[in-house]
Ligand binder design. Structure first.
Ligand SMILES: [Zn+2]
Ligand SMILES: [Zn+2]
Length: 179
């Protein structure tokens, strides 16, 4: 389990995008949140935690409200209603549970692996230049590659699945690392 580097509780960040303020909901220890390409970085002093999230549309650098809404819609973070006594209405507070995020990313990778393993659409690949062919194209070309004339083999997506499994192991061992 990933815990707060200050209070050691399950790390849940309270997110205030407007003020660019991200802190542990239990002890108020401050964290920085930013996107570097598709990697969400959570930084505390000289420690950093990174999550590769490949299904967000807008994640360049600053952590924006757009990111929050999209992450909420995809189930990566939670919205907690808090009563604001001053205005007698409830405010939306955004909570990012780092462990839930990790779990959600693992789930998505598992889903992808299962989709690949269960897909019936057969395709062929050239073992030398890696060109892909549908079964119709392969049949039409007598099961040889039109670029290098090599024999085509059934593409069982073995490499992609192996790559996803490696990602899964990485995400399961993910934690804060010093820099
Ligand atoms: Zn804390
Ligand atoms: Zn080829």
């Amino acid at each position: 389990m990933i815990t707060c580097l200050n209070c050691n509780n399950d790390l849940i960040l309270a997110i205030d995008v407007k003020n660019n303020d991200f802190k542990c909901k239990d002890c108020s220890e401050k964290y920085d949140l930013l996107f570097d390409k598709k990697v969400l970085k959570i930084i505390n002093k000289n420690h950093q935690l990174s999550f590769f999230i490949n299904d967000l549309s807008n994640c360049d650098s600053k952590f924006s409200l757009k990111n929050v809404y999209e992450m909420y819609n995809k189930g990566y973070l939670d919205c907690v209603k808090m009563l604001n006594s001053k205005y007698n209405q409830s405010d939306n507070i955004w909570h990012l549970s780092v462990n839930k995020l990790k779990e959600k990313i693992s789930q998505n990778i598992n889903l992808k692996i299962n989709t690949i393993l269960n897909s019936n659409t057969e395709s062929y690949i050239c073992s030398s230049c890696k060109a892909n062919y549908s079964s119709n194209e392969a049949l039409f070309n007598n099961f040889s590659c039109i670029m290098c004339l090599n024999q085509l083999v059934i593409n069982n997506n073995f490499e992609e699945v192996e790559h996803l499994k490696e990602n899964l192991i990485l995400i399961e061992h993910n934690g804060f690392i010093p820099f």
